[in-house]
Design a protein around this ligand. Structure first.
Ligand code: GUN
Length: 284
């Protein structure tokens, strides 16, 4: 029988812990602050940003949404980041992705002071992760590691296949799983015999961004399946990258969409904002 990994429940529990940490800081008259920069009016991004603000409010983190029109130039956006780098009210700076095509996201992310980079996307933080001395870690893969921990899913010696190779999810996911002694394979759109490769996975993490891409043929019986996908189907319903109904019976553990990975991403963002605050205040 398959166990449903309840991301929402775990997220609520971890957010309570973060809330307690915020209260402790309050006693010292310190309030962690997070600014979220959003460019243009991508509807999905608007929802993600709203959810981040709501979580911050719940936890007691001071948060600000900074909206810019889609025609802001790269240099103007960089100037904005530089201003927030200098602003001591904000310990975390997040630039919501994707950015419009005329803006080079790599160049923009490079401008965030790494100590305020609560997304863990700055090359300095990605490099620290690769070297095994992480500060901030990309929130989605970090949240997934917390799920493995909470459900006692041991990665040692396990064959992990990661479907997707973005800097945000796939690449850091592999590094984190490798650090826990998994045998990691990165699979992607150019992988030959993709179904066979996935079917070797004891743990399959799917972050390919295509609704219902993974069907039962991809699954080794007893596998753990983690679905990072957030897609809308024709009727506007939120669906994952995994065809849950037919895959679930084959798995030992599986995450749903919604209430799976999504709430964990926000939770790790909140936690890392508090950690960034402590690092800036106390050099921890
Ligand atoms: N767009 C989709 N996921 C994320 C995320 O985790 N952080 C940021 N900044 N943008 C995103």
């Amino acid at each position: 029988m398959s166990v449903l990994i309840n991301g929402k429940e775990l997220a609520d529990k971890l957010q309570e812990q973060t809330k307690r940490e915020v209260r402790e800081l309050e006693k010292q008259k310190i309030r962690p602050g997070l600014v979220v920069l959003i460019v243009g009016d991508n509807p999905a991004s608007q929802i993600y940003v709203k959810n981040k603000s709501l979580a911050a409010e719940r936890i007691g983190i001071y948060s600000k949404e900074q909206h810019y029109s889609a025609d802001i130039t790269e240099d103007e956006l960089i100037k904005e980041i530089q201003i927030f780098n200098q602003n001591d009210d904000f310990h975390g700076i997040l630039v919501q992705l994707p950015l419009p095509e005329h803006i080079n996201a790599d160049r923009v992310l490079l401008e965030i002071n790494p100590i305020k980079d609560v997304d863990g996307f700055h090359p300095m933080n990605l490099g620290r992760l690769l070297a095994g001395v992480p500060h901030t870690i990309p929130c989605t893969p970090y949240g997934i590691m917390k799920m493995f921990e909470a459900y006692n899913i041991d990665l040692t010696g396990k064959r992990a296949v990661i479907l997707g190779r973005s800097n945000i999810v796939g690449k850091p996911m592999g590094i984190l799983m490798l650090a826990k002694d998994a045998t990691v394979t990165y699979a992607h759109s150019k992988t030959e015999n993709l179904i066979e490769v996935c079917r070797e996975a004891d743990i399959l993490v799917v972050a390919i961004g295509q609704g219902h891409f993974v069907t039962k043929e991809f699954i080794k019986p007893g596998a753990v399946v983690i679905d990072v996908g957030m897609n809308r189907n024709e009727s506007g319903k939120l669906i994952g990258d995994v065809k849950f109904d037919e895959v679930e019976p084959l798995t030992s553990y599986i995450t749903p969409v919604p209430r799976g990975v999504g709430p964990m991403t926000i939770t790790m963002l909140m936690q890392q904002t508090v950690e960034a605050c402590r690092r800036q205040k106390f050099g921890e």
